[in-house]
Design a protein around this ligand. Structure first.
Ligand code: FE2
Length: 314
């Protein structure tokens, strides 16, 4: 079971995960692959839980005024703000934006350029759930690739990252060309009110609490299932996974069973997890992957309500 447990303190982040990683505004950032490889362009990115789950979990931390450049994905990308104050902006020119803080969640549509920046005063951390076993490659807006090249960084035509200040372009390979104006037009754009439908603010979570047994509450964010029961989600979007949040201060919930790949990761609180005869403690930011159809007990004993995220395949 230890290969299913990801203690945050044991993770090894990439400090140059993407092509824009040496640019001002992007270089003071760390990228973590917790479940699955994610979309990191760094071929040496450490992956803690490698077995396929049909989704990926990663995390990004960045210092103030740092974040990601504008890029698009072919699968779902859901951001769960763990700490800090972040600006998310989108569209080929990144004109539309919203500010999110601790506990807020945004599910970005596919085929749309998006980026984010830490606009707080301290280092902040975001968890990111990506759809699919292989979330594929990301597409950058041309200006990111052009500016990155001035720092020595480029992508090759097989989408691998190269530092041109240290390495020659390997034989048979070429530098990836930025996409054309025509190709840019094929990407979608959304107005703020359209994107707001895919945002769940922390203070709106309590709008739709599902009472469970033993003092536990369930907040259904994405997808309509937790275990084998149906719940109405706060965000209606097909991502391929369910995202649920368990909320409790003191209590124990027993005999949970998940028929699909499932992970639990703590946002706040110290959670005691029993999976068959394996026991572990999930501190904030720690993740456990649950084998299908095992028997799961979850216990917590805290002064305040705490939050445990759960992602399961649909
Ligand atoms: Fe992304």
């Amino acid at each position: 079971m230890n290969n299913r447990l990801a203690k945050f303190k044991d993770l090894v982040p990439s400090t140059l995960p993407f092509v824009e990683g040496k640019m001002d505004g992007h270089k003071e950032r760390k990228n973590y692959s917790i479940v699955g490889p994610g979309v990191a362009e760094d071929s040496k990115q450490f992956v803690k839980i490698a077995m396929p789950h049909s989704f990926n979990l990663g995390a990004v931390s960045a210092m103030p005024k740092n974040g990601s450049g504008l890029h698009s994905h072919t699968t779902a990308e859901v951001f769960i703000i763990y700490s800090g104050k972040w600006k998310f902006y989108w569209g080929a020119e990144g004109k539309d934006e919203t500010i999110l803080s601790t506990g807020d969640i945004i599910s970005m549509p596919t085929n749309m350029f998006r980026a984010f920046e830490n606009v707080g005063d301290e280092e902040g951390l975001i968890f990111v759930v990506l759809g699919g076993d292989d979330p594929g490659i990301i597409t950058w807006v041309p200006s990111v690739l052009e500016k990155a090249k001035k720092t020595g960084m480029a992508l090759l035509n097989d989408n691998s990252l190269i530092d041109l200040s240290l390495n020659e372009i390997p034989k048979g390979k070429t530098i990836l060309k930025p996409i054309s104006e025509e190709e840019i037009k094929k990407f979608d754009n959304y107005k703020l009110d359209q994107i707001e439908k895919f945002i769940c603010k922390n203070n709106e979570n309590s709008k739709q609490i599902n009472k469970m047994k033993d003092n536990f509450d369930l907040i259904q964010i994405l997808g309509n299932k937790f275990e084998n029961k149906e719940y109405a989600p706060l965000i209606n979007q097909d991502t391929g996974f369910n995202l649920s949040i368990l909320k409790c201060n003191k209590g124990q919930i027993t005999n949970l069973k998940f028929e699909k790949p499932t992970i639990l990761f703590s946002r706040t609180g110290k959670w005691e997890i029993m999976i068959d005869d394996f026991q572990c403690i999930l501190n904030p930011k720690d993740t456990i992957s649950i084998p299908i159809n095992s028997n799961v007990n979850i216990k917590i004993n805290e002064q305040e309500n705490c939050y445990l995220n759960c992602v399961t395949q649909i």
